[in-house]
Every structure is written in C-alpha cells, then in structure tokens.
Design a protein around this ligand. Structure first.
Ligand code: L34
Length: 245
C-alpha cells in the first residue's frame, strides 16, 4: 500500500520467486489514500477465497492504517509471514505451522553452512517484532544461549564481543564495526539500508569480514533467504488447506 520504492523492489522479487516456483500470485497495489476499512475489506475477501492459500500485506503501511489491526485480520492459516498473534504465540511455544521469513532464512543460512547453534553464545542486536524477537526465539529453540541487545543496552560492544553468532537487525548502515566482533564469530547482516542510494547492511562488511569466520553480504544474503522462506511457507499453507502431506 502506498508508494514505497523499497517495497516495490521486494514485492517484485516475491512475485518473481512465485513464478519460478509455479505459484500463482496476485498483487493488489492500493493507493496511499485507501482507507483502513477498504484494506480490511480486501483482506476479508481474500480470507474467504478458496483459491488463495497465502496472504501477505507488505510493510510498512501508511501511518493512518493500524498495522496491528491489519495483521490480526489476516486468516492465520493463510498468514505466510507468521505475523498474526496466533502464529507468534505458536512460535513461542515451539509448535508452529509457519516461521517468520527473515529469522527462518537466517536459521537456514546457519544450518546449511554446517554451523552448530547448540550451546553457542548468540547475540541479536534489535528487538523488532518482525526480526529481533522471533530471531531470539528460533535461536533458543536451536539450543543457543541468547542475548537480545537494543538501544538501551549498556556497553553494547562488550556484549556483542561475546557472540559466537552475531545477528545484526538494527536498521542503521555500517553500525557493526570490527571492534564489536569476536575473532572467528559468525556474523549475519539483516540490515537493508540505503546510503546515498546504495544498498548496504548494518555491518561494516569490509572490516568485519577480516575478523569473522563467516559473514553474509548485503545484497545477496538474508534478503533472498527471506523470499525463499516465504515460498516454503506458501507451499506449507497450500498443503494445509488441501490436506496434502
Ligand atoms: N509483510 N513486510 C512483510 N513481510 C516481509 O517479509 C517484509 N520484508 C521486510 C519489509 N517488509 C515486509 C521483506 O520482505 C524486508 N523484506 C525484504 C525482502 C526482500 C529483500 C529485502 C528485504 C531482497 O530481495 N533483497 C535483495 C536486494 C533488494 C534490492 O535490490 O533492494 C538482497 O539481495 O538483499
């Protein structure tokens, strides 16, 4: 909804991925001035359509829209973002249908690289509902020892330096510098910032990559994994709705 250039790129990437997977996707690009009632009414229609397995409302929404209300309106069995409170709760107790795409993508990156999480010191910088909080929960499920840092954390570098696995989800370009990272740490950059029109992450890649044992780039790191996990959730939703398994 609205005219956010970054959202445009992300949504296009999602539509492309759907095509590659053989999923049918429909985009409803609503103008900025659409009312909350109109948006909720569209969601209601999509909730009721049997031929729709997954619904995603790309964030951020314009400020006259109550985001919480919108996320709550999406049928939680079609909630391929896993942002509905029912799905958030299920993640908390470890009995979930859908995992939130970005944190799940991070876990997949770690797993496929052969890196063990169990028993490791995991530090997440950022406590958003979309990344930081669910990320901490997934690391905990994988038996990591998890610390969540945020803007009120005292002596941040002393905490991040403990990390065997460091996840940066701050939203500030080049925020994580080499002096904040332990030698040999695994560094995952969730940031998606524009600096003078150029896309960059939360981690100062050039200097941190000389300290880390593994590091993800931006672009070409967590972003594409987010989309891959969205496809995985969508397939899962389709199977659930059609009793295929
Ligand atoms: N509802 N809103 C909802 N679900 C989501 O999962 C998202 N997110 C975040 C923003 N709002 C959302 C995304 O899809 C961020 N995000 C996202 C998705 C894809 C990419 C980045 C963020 C991506 O494709 N990144 C590419 C580069 C893109 C570019 O050129 O700008 C990459 O290689 O990192």
């Amino acid at each position: 909804m609205g005219d956010n250039p970054a959202s445009r790129v992300y949504v296009n990437n999602k539509k492309k991925a759907c095509e590659e997977c053989g999923f049918k996707s429909e985009e409803f690009a609503l103008p900025e001035e659409t009312t909350e009632e109109e948006l909720l009414s569209l969601i209601d229609t999509l909730n009721k359509r049997d031929d729709i397995d997954g619904i995603l409302c790309q964030l951020p929404l314009p400020c006259h829209i109550n985001e919480e209300k919108v996320l709550l309106a999406i049928d939680y069995s079609k909630d391929v973002d896993a942002f509905h409170p029912v799905n958030v709760g299920k993640i908390m107790i470890g009995n979930f249908d859908f995992l939130p795409c970005t944190p799940a993508g991070v876990m997949e990156l770690i797993k496929l690289t052969g890196i063990e999480v169990s028993g490791k010191e995991c530090v997440v910088i950022g406590r958003s509902n979309i990344v930081g909080k669910p990320q901490a929960m997934l690391l905990l499920h994988a038996n990591g020892t998890v610390t969540v840092c945020h803007s009120r954390t005292k002596d941040l570098a002393s905490v991040t330096k403990r990390a065997d696995i460091l996840i940066a989800a701050v939203g500030k370009a080049n925020f994580v510098t080499a002096d904040m990272v332990k030698t040999g740490a695994v560094v995952i950059d969730v940031g998606m910032n524009r600096l003078d029109g150029k896309l960059c992450g939360d981690v100062k890649f050039d200097e941190v990559s000389s300290v880390a044992s593994a590091i993800t780039p931006v672009p070409g790191g967590v972003g594409p994994m987010t989309i891959a996990m969205l496809m995985k959730n969508t397939l899962k939703a389709c199977k659930l709705h059609n009793n295929l398994n």
